[in-house]
Design a protein around this ligand. Sequence first.
Ligand code: SF4
Ligand code: SF4
Length: 96
Amino acid sequence: MSESKSKPGWKSIPIAGLLLEPGSSLKYKTGDWRAYRPVIDVEKCINCLLCWIYCPDAAIVRMEKHVAVNYDYCKGCGICKSECPVNAIEMVEEKR
Ligand code: SF4
Ligand code: SF4
């Protein structure tokens, strides 16, 4: 299988995969990797923000009365579901 010409080759990647551009994580929409997505039941959410604190990707977005998920950066790890005290988050398989 041939690699797309638009992708960088190994010679153009910095040694040890170092990130040389500060703040570049915004460019990498890690939601592409996700196999399961968190779905929030806003009727159950008590806006405690535990999911916002524990999300390793800062993918939980604070709203006025509940939270939401930024699916561009959510990797689907399920930590938010594990930490939610009222079971307001369900992990649903992604459909490709
Ligand atoms: S599944 Fe993981 S990455 Fe996605 S919102 Fe929950 S804690 Fe964050
Ligand atoms: S942990 Fe659960 S109840 Fe708390 S803000 Fe997140 S979804 Fe809402």
